[in-house]
Write a protein that binds this ligand. Structure first.
Ligand SMILES: *Cc1c(COP(=O)(O)O)cnc(C)c1O
Length: 340
């Protein structure tokens, strides 16, 4: 029996979608084979890929001067692919590090060029995000990188920063949770395994003009422009993940798109935070202005009870509530899970 799964990633996928996939697993669309067994260049698969891209563009209202890429390597690969593409422009960029993932992005970039951390919150005490608009942008910074939703700490930056340099966001754990003004960004990237579908797929939304500024001398596999030219089929893409992501996009559109999900997500998160705050038993340490609507970490007033809590929760059908090993405690990742 399926239970309540609060895993941070790979994360819960709609049962409706999984059932549809189940019904097609042996034979996809009268092709005589499953979608996993066909050429990514076949007409039938090309349509799957194209439809998924079109639906994602509709969901996020991606403007014409952007391309949407379906890549591999996870969000982690973007930590190096971004600086590799843009380090030739000035040898520096600004990073806002509000938790574990943005710190990792900065650390990887530091091996490639000389980025500057214009804000840093220390691990374990990351409970409040800065107002990026009030930070000083470094001279010559090629772009500003930040993470609007720190998956491990549950710290979010809700307002999109207004900066005069290209803005790059790691949206791995927050993409599709609410409508988004893509125009404000030069690159948005996200591993698919939190809010979208199975692991193995990374979505990159990139401004075409910015894409063309990427370093020409890189191997093709590292160039956004080459992936774009080949419709994300420079080499064999993760066909099954792409197909399944397409199913999720269709399901989200059917339910009412991102306006619907935003309402659901805010309702769901406020139910949980209110319960925690009023419980006298659970504590969420994050400043109310920086609370994530996707990942809700909490601890117990009596930390001695945490192990017992996690095991009893699991016995009662609430799975994967253990906090990340870096921060301990508990965490409920609630992504595109619907209230039922
Ligand atoms: C999960 C996560 C990552 C890492 O994703 P991979 O696909 O495993 O590389 C990076 N950033 C954020 C914000 C995440 O939530």
């Amino acid at each position: 029996m399926r239970k309540w799964n609060f895993c941070a990633g790979p994360a819960v996928i709609s049962e409706e979608v999984l059932k549809e996939v189940q019904s097609e697993i042996l034979e996809f669309n009268k092709s005589g084979m499953s979608v996993m067994e066909m050429s990514h260049r076949s007409d039938i698969y090309t349509k799957v890929a194209f439809d998924a891209k079109k639906d994602l563009i509709n969901l996020l209202k991606v403007p014409n001067d952007y391309d949407v890429l379906f890549l591999q390597g996870g969000a982690t690969h973007q930590f190096s692919m971004i600086p590799l593409n843009y380090k030739h422009m000035s040898d520096t960029a600004d990073y806002v590090t509000t938790g574990s993932w943005s710190s990792k992005a900065f650390y990887e970039a530091s091996k490639i060029f000389n980025p500057i951390e214009i804000f840093r919150s220390e691990q374990n005490v990351s409970t409040k995000a800065p107002n990026i608009d009030e930070l000083e942008i470094s001279k010559n910074a090629t772009y500003l990188h930040y993470c609007p939703n720190e998956t491990i700490e549950g710290v979010a930056i809700h307002e999109t920063p207004k900066v005069d340099i290209p803005l790059i966001a790691d949206m791995s754990s927050v993409i599709l949770s609410q409508p988004l003004d893509v125009n404000k960004f030069s690159i948005i990237y996200a591993g698919a395994q939190k809010n979208i579908g199975p692991a193995g797929l990374t979505i990159v939304i990139i401004n075409k003009e910015f894409m063309q500024m990427g370093n020409e001398n890189l191997p093709n596999i590292l160039k956004y422009s080459e992936h774009s030219k080949s419709n994300s089929m420079l080499n064999t893409p993760p066909t099954f993940s792409w197909y399944l992501a397409g199913k999720v996009f269709k399901w989200m559109i059917k339910l009412g798109g991102l306006d619907y999900f935003e309402k659901q997500n805010k309702l769901k998160a406020s139910l949980l935070y209110n319960f925690i705050d009023n419980s006298g038993f659970y504590i969420n340490p994050i400043d109310t202005s920086s609370r994530s609507i996707m990942n809700v970490p909490f601890v117990l007033e009596n930390s001695m009870l945490e192990k017992k809590f996690i095991s009893e929760a699991s016995d009662n059908g609430f799975l994967n509530l253990k906090g990340h090993r870096l921060v301990g405690g508990m965490r409920a990742s609630i992504y595109i899970m619907l209230c039922r």
